[in-house]
Design a protein around this ligand. Structure first.
Ligand code: 0WE
Length: 199
């Protein structure tokens, strides 16, 4: 599948057109896993986030789910329903130092999951989010203090261990499967239980 700039309605329309051709006009599931904030906004003070980069982060990280869900809707409907999963993070609900504008974008994303779930539920399309703990990914490597965050989770989370991409994959496989047929509009935490702690 070709590249897709999720800030462009034309690009999104083109890619879902290609999906429709490749999959005979139908789609069973959609995994939305995209986010972006300017690197300089993931350090320092949230207060200093300029207007243009605030909207950039929300455009790529939150509105893109709405755009992709809308484009996928007729394809999912053609199969009698389906499931959408997106990736969120605790920093959208609580202030995580340095997560900054990405936290605001995740708050918008989390809310969008609920409104999309309401609209698309009518068409038997489920919409859920996975809230993963810090995972060592390519983009994580560029984040200052990432090893410290992992150490904090390992110390304080009920399961005292970090999570990896396979843990997220297993949760996604569940949410996208018929096993989760009556699960929508929710967040599944894959974070060793860290989100439940107060200290
Ligand atoms: O959502 C994220 C990070 C997503 C992300 C990563 C980058 C790095 C490269 C978005 N935009 C960019 N822009 C870049 O230029 N996470 C959940 C991982 C993450 O990022 C943090 C975290 C955690 C956790 C940043 C600061 C503090 C905590």
């Amino acid at each position: 599948m070709t590249a897709c700039d999720v800030r462009s309605d034309e690009d999104v329309a083109r890619v879902f057109g290609e999906v429709s051709q490749a999959f005979d006009g139908g789609l069973d599931l959609l995994v939305h896993s995209v986010a972006f904030a300017a690197a300089e906004d993931l350090e320092g003070r949230f207060t200093d986030t300029p207007r243009d980069r605030f909207w950039l982060a929300l455009d790529v990280s939150a509105y893109s789910l709405v755009a992709c869900a809308r484009a996928a809707e007729p394809l999912l409907e053609a199969r009698g329903g389906g499931a959408i999963v997106t990736m969120t993070y605790l920093g959208g609900e609580r202030a995580v130092p340095h997560y900054n504008v990405m936290g605001v974008a995740k708050a918008a994303l989390d809310s969008s999951v609920k409104y999309l779930a309401w609209d698309l539920g009518q068409k038997n399309i489920r919409v859920n989010a996975i809230s993963a703990g810090p995972v060592r990914t390519l983009s994580a490597r560029s984040i200052a203090g990432f090893p410290t965050m992992e150490a904090i989770v390992e110390e304080r989370a009920p399961l005292h261990r970090h999570i990896d991409a396979d843990d997220v994959g297993a949760a996604a496989a569940y949410l996208l499967s018929d096993e989760a047929r009556n699960v929508t509009a929710t967040t599944l935490y894959v974070d060793s239980g860290y989100h439940a702690m107060g200290l």
